[in-house]
Design a protein around this ligand. Structure first.
Ligand code: NAD
Ligand code: IPM
Ligand code: MN
Length: 356
């Protein structure tokens, strides 16, 4: 089969981790007799430098006409002084909105081999950890009304958090459907003791829960949830939450696994279409040094094979290759204690591709 993938390398370590991921995908194509066709497109800082705008319309069109999108990361200090609407990050939000990618799945797993890389005590993560953050991705404070106004305390800026019943219902369904295939537990995270939008969120999630009698629903306030994530992360199966809370909690969850360089994500629309991106950013502090861990992006490609293309064995072949790489004792710099030797981004890509 032929699959057309729009590829957005982006900025910083984005192009570095994407290059290793394409290497792995090509290997999967050879082994399973598929052809992955890549169309590289510009977004973020790279697009600003090349075209003057962070999200050229051609990029959106190519993404829309592809079977799936793979993205590295966007942003960096070079573009930080630009006004909000022109920043590289704005491109990411624009693509998510334009493609209707409202459901962001962010699985966090502790690989046995990496138990020592987790900052948590061994007994807290003993026996492994497997949680998924289901993050609402096209609503909430990221997309609400924003602006500036004068106040008695001086000029002010505001961003409005707003959720409709329909937006909450569809993301809640994604979370419950996912829980049905896993541990049958959903934890909805909100701030319903303070926020009106969270009270609506909590009510609608409870209504959706009524259609899933086999799934247990827990509600936690976000401050408690962030504390519980490090106190006892194994109590979680599926966490469903708003755009901003999901952004924050998934970075926190990533650290439990040893490194944010390990965390993949799928951003899904209705149907099978999706954009696949690591949870991490462009890591300007290590860009160009060969220290970037490509595993988050490589595992995002596995999610692409599974969720958009329905290629289960092919997806598993990537995950197994990553396991073998780790089992063989290889580590990128982010997973190494000072004493251990690390492999570079390129070497990691080579070794993982060789295991396919
Ligand atoms: P970041 O995720 O880029 O980096 C945070 C820390 O994690 C850094 O120390 C970095 O070196 C490390 N890190 C991240 N990915 C790594 C990897 N694959 N391997 C090894 N170490 C890794 O977050 P930040 O520093 O807050 O943001 C940097 C830029 O990235 C900003 O411009 C931000 O807006 C952007 N960003 C983009 C995305 C995205 O495109 N999806 C996501 C987050 C941040
Ligand atoms: C992420 C990033 C983005 C977000 C930024 C770069 C817009 O942090 O994908 O986690 O907040 O969604
Ligand atoms: Mn983030």
């Amino acid at each position: 089969m032929n699959y057309n993938i729009a590829v957005i390398p982006g900025d910083g370590i984005g192009p570095e981790v994407v290059a290793e991921t394409l290497k792995v995908l090509d290997k999967v194509g050879d082994k399973f007799n598929h052809k992955f066709n890549y169309t590289q497109v510009l977004a973020g800082g790279a697009a600003i430098d090349e075209t003057g705008e962070c999200l050229p319309s051609e990029t959106v069109n190519i993404c829309k006409n592809s079977d799936a999108v793979l993205l590295g990361a966007v942003g960096g200090p070079k573009w930080d002084a630009l006004p909000g609407e022109q920043r590289p990050e704005r491109a990411l939000l624009g693509i998510r909105k334009a493609l209707g990618l409202y459901a962001n799945l962010r699985p966090a797993m502790v690989f046995d081999e990496l138990a020592d890389a987790s900052p948590l005590k061994p007994e807290i993560i003993a026996g492994g950890l497997d949680i998924v953050v289901v993050r609402e991705l096209t609503g909430g404070i990221y997309f609400g009304e924003k602006g500036h106004k004068d106040t008695p305390m001086g000029p002010a800026a505001y961003d409005v958090e707003e959720y409709s019943e329909g937006e909450v219902k569809r993301i809640a369904k994604v979370a419950f459907d996912m829980a049905m295939k896993r541990g049958k537990k959903v934890t909805s995270v909100d701030k319903a003791n303070v926020l009106e939008s969270s009270r609506l969120w909590r009510r609608v999630v409870a209504e959706v829960a009524a259609d899933y009698p086999d799934v247990t629903l827990d509600n936690l306030y976000v401050d408690n949830a962030s504390m519980q994530l490090v106190r006892n992360p194994k109590q979680f199966d599926v966490i469903v939450t708003s755009n901003m809370f999901g952004d924050i909690l998934s970075d926190e969850a990533s650290q439990i696994t040893g490194s944010i360089g390990m965390l993949p994500s799928a951003s899904l629309a209705d149907g099978n279409f999706g954009m696949y991106e690591p949870v991490h950013g462009s890591a300007p502090d290590i860009a160009g040094t060969g220290q970037a861990n490509p595993i988050a992006t490589i595992l995002s490609a596995a999610m692409m094979l599974r969720y958009t293309f329905g290629l289960m064995d092919e997806a598993a072949s990537i995950e197994n290759a990553v396991h073998k790489f780790l089992k063989n004792g290889y580590r990128t710099a982010d997973l190494c204690g000072d004493a251990k030797e690390s492999v570079t981004t390129i070497k990691a890509g080579d070794l993982i591709a060789a295991e396919i």
